[in-house]
Design a protein around this ligand. Structure first.
Ligand SMILES: *Cc1c(COP(=O)(O)O)cnc(C)c1O
Length: 231
């Protein structure tokens, strides 16, 4: 199937999942996870109407940007970001979704200050507590937000999570609901300069379950572009 057909099918499934959960389908954005797909594939996905593109690697971001691959769509960074590469990403993307440590948060804030801009970010939560995976532990989030004023060049827009790869679509429901609950807890506290309008969770194998649990953005690679050679 073509990229356009895949995007159309995913949109239908997104709408169905939203309506089944009593939600407005327009609340949910489709982010194309474009890693390892070339500029031409990215352009096809944008033409087919994805809401944004998510890139995992700084090198790929820089290369595809130089090829003008993202024209017409916002670009997000969704991969592991090393502090020594922050300079190439801050100000170059609309949203950094994968901010999973204080060290990275501080580095992004400092670079944004240098560039005289405010960088939009999501906090990445290691929701299943997987060792070796980046992300804040759920219990670290509220204490961190108490101190978010220390990072004036950061604007926190929400949460992102990458739960384990599911064996069955329902396997991650528990984790998706846990993320949703954290966002409710954050909203209740009303921190300055913090919103949780964006809940980025759900991938090719389980996006319907994520939408049922409150996702406002799903990140889809394989179901749009087909299988990658390796990940
Ligand atoms: C690759 C990737 C996705 C998409 O994964 P698929 O299973 O191919 O849909 C989503 N989020 C992140 C952070 C990724 O790296």
């Amino acid at each position: 199937m073509s990229i356009a057909e895949n995007v159309a099918r995913i949109r239908r499934e997104m709408d169905a999942a939203a309506l089944a959960a009593g939600r407005n389908p327009r609340e949910i954005q489709l982010c194309a996870a474009t890693k390892m797909n070339d500029a031409d594939a990215v352009r096809q996905a944008i033409a087919a109407g994805v809401d944004c593109c998510g890139e995992n690697r700084v090198q790929e971001l820089v290369r595809k940007r130089s090829q003008d691959a993202y024209r017409g769509a916002p670009v997000h960074f969704i991969g592991h970001l090393q502090t020594n590469k922050v300079r190439q990403v801050v100000g170059a993307v609309d949203l950094i979704q994968s901010v999973g440590s204080r060290k990275l948060l501080a580095a992004i804030d400092a670079e944004a200050r240098k560039q005289r801009l405010v960088q939009n970010i999501l906090l990445e939560i290691n929701i299943a507590g997987e060792p070796g995976k980046t992300g804040f532990a759920p219990e670290e989030v509220l204490p961190l937000l108490e101190q978010i004023g220390n990072f004036p060049n950061i604007c926190m827009k929400g949460l992102m999570a990458i739960p384990p790869i599911p064996q069955n679509p329902g396997d991650n429901l528990y984790f998706f609901q846990k993320i949703s609950q954290i966002s409710v807890d954050i909203k209740r506290k009303k921190y300055d300069n913090v919103t949780v309008d964006c809940l980025s969770m759900g991938m090719s194998a389980d996006f319907s379950e994520a939408i049922r649990s409150g996702a406002t953005m799903i990140r889809i690679g394989t179901a749009i572009f087909g299988p990658r050679n390796h990940t």
